[in-house]
Write a protein that binds this ligand. Structure first.
Ligand SMILES: Cc1cc2nc3c(=O)[nH]c(=O)nc-3n(C[C@H](O)[C@H](O)[C@H](O)COP(=O)(O)OP(=O)(O)OC[C@H]3O[C@@H](n4cnc5c(N)ncnc54)[C@H](O)[C@@H]3O)c2cc1C
Length: 337
């Protein structure tokens, strides 16, 4: 009997976890499956957002999420979050960490940026540690990888079942099952503008891999009748240094000084909460409401005396310095464009 052809779209953490667990399940059940992972990026650039994320996880330990996690999410989303989805996320979190540990990913607990706050765990090496650990297991289980191939459409047979995955180059990979793990649409200016408004069109992707996530998987699923879920007007955004070319150059020191727009006006209560409680609203306000999508965090240089302050300023470009506020304001780099 010919094997069940399983095609997984995307070589980030989600696609790799799907590939390894599908291959293991097939082996354990004596099921003849042939699993292929296709990835838009060349092999040297695979891994999408997963390779750039520090991957802080809102868990006090690998055993599971903190008590109250689901309630917090429901409260923050004003009740719009899908409670069943987040309950499942919470109940599966501990076993998922155990599964990753079994596959060679180590975790540690660390201080979150500079702020006090609930403990976070992190894979040692960030999200890249997951992307590096899993392919060896997948290859041992005979998963096949194809790089530089972008999925474009799902093909159906006469009974409405998946029969293939169409690629951008016009070719089709035979598929009896398809798993879409190709990320969101942060790399698609049209979709960003459609769902978040015109100001989102030119939002700077937070990492190089983000550009590959063009929403293709979402479009592929919708075009064969998938239902939409979740809140499409919300996103995760972070304040970043626009001068940086590095991945995730976040600037999360604003609670220790003041923040002004390019006209020198304050626009945000910097001390409204711990950084992890305010950065979403702060980043979205900069992008959606401020002229030039620019803000300036002004801090006393004693910030630089704090050990590990680099955890909260992940830009390779140094701060603009002056001996007084007046001198700072007069610098050409601080003048509105
Ligand atoms: C800078 C940064 C910081 C983050 N910080 C955190 C954090 O601290 N904690 C946290 O929990 N999360 C964080 N995240 C989010 C987290 O990284 C993502 O939720 C997670 O990595 C998503 O994994 P994924 O496998 O779904 O997608 P990705 O890792 O993005 O993988 C998607 C893959 O699909 C490929 N692809 C896209 N379209 C196609 C196509 N049409 N055909 C073939 N392949 C395609 C892409 O090239 C990519 O390799 C952060 C993300 C970034 C970028």
């Amino acid at each position: 009997m010919s094997p069940c052809e399983v095609v997984i779209v995307g070589h980030g953490a989600a696609g790799l976890c799907a590939a390894v667990s599908a291959a293991q399940a097939a082996l354990e059940r004596g099921f003849n499956a042939h699993i292929t992972v296709i990835e838009r990026a060349p092999e040297a650039e695979h891994g999408g957002n997963s390779c750039s994320t520090p991957s802080y996880l809102r868990m006090p330990s690998v055993a599971g999420t903190a008590p109250g996690f689901v309630a917090d999410v429901l409260r923050e989303s004003a009740g719009r979050a899908d409670a069943a989805y987040f309950q499942r996320l919470a109940s599966d979190a501990g076993p998922t960490m155990a599964w990753l540990q079994d596959h060679g990913v180590a975790f540690h607990t660390l201080v979150y940026y500079l702020a006090a706050g609930p403990a976070r765990i992190q894979p040692v090496g960030g999200g890249a540690a997951i992307v590096e650990a899993l392919p060896a297991h997948a290859k041992r289980l005979r998963v096949v990888f194809q790089y530089g191939r972008a999925a474009h459409a799902l093909q159906l047979n006469g009974s409405g079942a998946i029969s293939g995955v169409g690629l951008d180059d016009g070719s089709v990979i035979k598929a009896d099952r398809a798993i879409l793990a190709s990320g969101g649409f942060a790399g698609n200016a049209d979709m960003l503008a459609e769902h978040f408004g015109p100001a989102a069109r030119h939002m700077q992707p937070i990492s190089p891999g983000t550009r590959a996530n063009t929403g293709a998987g979402i479009q592929m699923a919708l075009s064969i009748g998938a239902q939409r879920a979740g809140d499409w007007t919300g996103m995760h955004a972070e304040p970043i240094d626009p001068r940086s070319n590095g991945p995730a150059p976040v600037v999360l020191v604003y609670p220790y000084g003041i923040v002004v727009d390019q006209d020198g006006q304050r626009f945000f209560d910097e001390g409204a909460g711990l950084v992890h409680e305010t950065w979403e609203a702060f980043a979205r306000h900069i992008q959606m409401a401020l002229p030039g999508q620019r803000a300036y965090a002004i801090l006393d240089s004693s910030l630089l005396d704090i050990p590990d302050h680099g955890r909260a300023i992940r830009s390779e470009v140094g701060p603009i310095r002056a001996d007084s506020i007046t001198e700072l304001a007069a610098l050409p780099t601080c003048k509105p464009p």
